[in-house]
Design a protein around this ligand. Structure first.
Ligand SMILES: C[S@@+](CC[C@H](N)C(=O)[O-])C[C@H]1O[C@@H](n2cnc3c(N)ncnc32)[C@H](O)[C@@H]1O
Length: 206
């Protein structure tokens, strides 16, 4: 099995907050009004239901199918399951999650989006994969789409990823031409006493 399959199989999912993310709650205005919101690398985040409750159609993509099954089971939802090429689509009401590799989730299969919510997705990927990921996310966005982007940041060598550190400087290289605004910085919730760890929340206008 791969790294993420092992993490889910062994229940080593410290990234799973079990409640809506507080940056999402504070800065939802960035996504407000978007009919469809993409949540790449979604795990079984509560954020999916939180977004659906606010009137969005929510589309998640998650590599590990057990995580997708767990999301629907834990919310007492019975999804309709359809194989779509390399992906398996799980759909219940306003929430659809595609089980499979995010790079297989192309716009001809999952459509294009007005808004993207990226929490623990970009920072879960190693440096050499991030440019391809950002380009892929862009290909899934409609003109003028916006991204609510949460990044973990720490000095090089301070700890090992994932989660990896992604600075504003890197973000600007990953999404050239985007209007990037830092909305809020907080001490990292995992280690609030470590001044070298920060959680940053940005809005990106494409
Ligand atoms: C750090 S977790 C974050 C999950 C979720 N965003 C959250 O906030 O709880 C990263 C997730 O991405 C998934 N993942 C990793 N690589 C992926 C890929 N290539 N395609 C889709 N999902 C992937 C992992 O299985 C894992 O559930």
């Amino acid at each position: 099995m791969g790294f993420w399959e092992d993490r889910w199989a062994e229940n080593k999912i410290g990234f799973h907050e079990g409640k809506p993310n507080s940056f999402l709650e504070a800065h939802h205005a960035v996504l407000a009004g978007a009919p469809r919101v993409l949540v790449p690398l979604c795990g079984k985040a509560e954020d999916l239901s939180w977004l659906a409750e606010r009137g969005h159609k929510v589309v998640g993509v998650e590599l590990v199918e057990d995580a997708v099954r767990a999301f629907f089971a834990e919310h007492q939802l019975e999804p309709v399951i359809t194989v779509r090429g390399a992906l398996v689509e799980y759909e219940a009401g306003a929430i659809t999650i595609y089980a499979g590799d995010v790079f297989a989730a192309t716009s001809d299969v999952i459509g294009q989006f007005d808004a993207v919510y990226d929490r623990a997705a970009l920072v879960a990927l190693p440096p050499d994969v991030r440019p391809r990921y950002a380009e892929h996310v862009r290909s899934l966005c409609l003109a003028n789409a916006r991204i609510l982007q949460i990044c973990f940041e720490y000095p090089e060598g301070h700890r090992e990823g994932p989660p990896f550190s992604v600075s504003e400087y890197e973000l600007r290289h990953l999404y050239p031409g985007a209007k990037i605004t830092l909305l809020e910085t907080r001490p990292d919730y995992r280690a609030p006493d470590d001044p070298l760890l920060k959680d940053n929340c940005y809005s990106l206008g494409l």
